[in-house]
Design a protein around this ligand. Structure first.
Ligand SMILES: [Zn+2]
Length: 87
């Protein structure tokens, strides 16, 4: 199991109007290929330390997809945690 997975589940984005939710490997891939993410784009993302995420507008609920580096996700996750801790 990838040790990063727990922290990728939910995290803040770069603006306060959005949050990101991890794209699950068993979901159909965001590219509409009809295949599961884990056999479609995941292998290639995994090699380059990237992950697909849902970017959700917290005001309208509108969803889009993004591919982010794990480094970037970690950074945003740290910011999210810091925000929560500081209340
Ligand atoms: Zn795909």
């Amino acid at each position: 199991m990838n040790l990063l997975d727990p922290i990728l589940n939910f995290f803040r984005s770069d603006t306060e109007d959005f949050y990101y939710v991890k794209f699950e490997r068993n979901e159909k891939c965001y590219c509409n290929s009809g295949k599961k993410y884990k056999i479609c784009h995941y292998p290639q993302h995994s090699k380059s330390s990237k992950r697909a995420v849902r970017k959700i507008n917290s005001l309208t609920g509108e969803e889009t997809f993004k591919v982010l580096t794990i480094k970037r996700i970690r950074k945003d996750h740290e910011l999210f945690k810091a925000t929560v801790i500081q209340g």
